[in-house]
Design a protein around this ligand. Structure first.
Ligand code: NAI
Length: 334
């Protein structure tokens, strides 16, 4: 197939070229994010390959369809950025990568927990300046602490295994209970109970209308004073302004983010010589007890290999069967 691959960086090209070594598909790599203004860059492609911050709303899908695009393959598990009803109405099939390496994101979540708890970000900078003082670096033992998991799918349950290994107690909240988490000792409870009892709350649910701003001012108020919040799911699950208020009062003890509500204008680019225009993000950067990474949870050798392989397989299967292997639609997710 002829595919316009949006939002690509050097590493995307490297892994996709390897997966497409047989040359079955023509991959046109574009650095630009997909939105209405960059639709023409798709040229004569009959498929579009997109990433997490590409825009796939009804308007963009209509413009793509008018150019002859019949398929969208996502290089992500999350599909909250696609108007699936519009895609169905326009006859555009949508494929995704349902699972590549849940361990990549779970391990990155653990990295954020450890960095925040033991103040690794501060210690690293101090030692490089010859400051070996320990003041302000006090952490707590993880053993015996309570970790609350919001969402216990592939990533949430992988993170549960890691934290059980540290000797943490596990609470969980999700519409469907995972037997593997229960076997680790996790107890499923309503969200308010999880928030009230957890020392660390970690978010692993998809972004949906139900989970948008799930962690808002009211939810933050229910959390233990001084608790840690970690979000490696999607930025929109957290009300960032409410989180800033909770950090300012000291009610929220620390915050680890790999995702941010307005990350589309920031992440995956080098903006180090550009003035930061997002005042909310800028405020977050001022807190000593906040660690932010730029959506890198998925960024491991294993995950990128799997993302590229599954993306090429989605294209192969669409060519032979008229639908991607891992189709996602309004009615069902395969
Ligand atoms: P999954 O589909 O295996 O699990 C999602 C879990 O969330 C399930 O347990 C589901 O029951 C639960 N859930 C759904 N609605 C909920 C609600 N209202 N309240 C609480 N729980 C709810 O998904 P997976 O693979 O574990 O990924 C989770 C999320 O992580 C993805 O949706 C994506 O947004 C994010 N992600 C982030 C990456 C990163 O690089 N930071 C990479 C990959 C995924």
């Amino acid at each position: 197939m002829h595919v316009a691959v949006y939002s690509t960086r050097r590493y995307d090209r490297e892994f996709l070229d390897r997966a497409n070594a047989a040359g079955r598909h023509r991959l046109d790599y574009l650095e630009a994010r997909l939105d209405l203004s960059t639709v023409p860059a798709a040229g004569a492609a009959d498929a579009v390959c997109a990433f997490v911050n590409d825009r796939l709303d009804a308007e963009v899908l209509r413009a793509l369809q008018a150019r002859g695009v019949r398929l969208v393959v996502l290089r992500s598990a999350g599909f909250n950025h696609v108007d699936l009803a519009a895609a169905a109405a326009l006859g555009i099939a949508v494929g995704r990568v349902p699972a590549y390496s849940p361990h990549a994101v779970a391990e990155h979540t653990a990295a954020l927990v450890l960095a925040l708890n033991r103040k690794i970000h501060k210690a690293y900078a101090r030692v490089r300046e010859g400051n070996f003082s320990l003041d302000g670096l006090l952490g707590f033992d993880l053993v015996g602490r309570t970790v609350g998991l919001v969402g216990t799918g592939q990533i949430g349950s992988a993170f549960a295994r890691i934290m059980a290994g540290f000797g943490c107690h596990l609470l969980a909240h999700a519409p469907d209970e995972d037997p593997a988490c229960i076997a680790l000792g996790a107890r499923y409870v309503p969200l308010p109970e999880l928030l009230a009892a957890s020392d660390i709350v970690s978010l692993h649910c998809p972004l949906t209308p139900d989970t948008h701003h799930l962690i808002d001012a009211a939810a933050l108020a229910q959390m233990k004073r001084g608790a840690m919040l970690v979000n490696t799911s999607r930025g929109g699950v957290v009300d960032t302004r409410a989180v800033i208020r909770a950090l300012k009062t000291g009610h929220l003890g620390s915050l680890g983010l790999d995702v941010y509500e307005e990350e589309g204008d920031l992440f995956f680019r080098d903006l180090s010589s550009v003035v930061l225009r997002d005042d909310v993000f800028a405020r977050l950067l001022t807190f000593p007890n906040v660690v932010i990474t730029g959506h890198q949870g998925f960024f491991t050798e294993e995950a990128l290999t799997a993302i590229a392989d599954i993306t090429i397989d989605n294209l192969d299967v669409f060519e032979s069967e008229g639908r991607p292997r891992h189709a996602v639609s309004v009615e069902r997710v395969v």
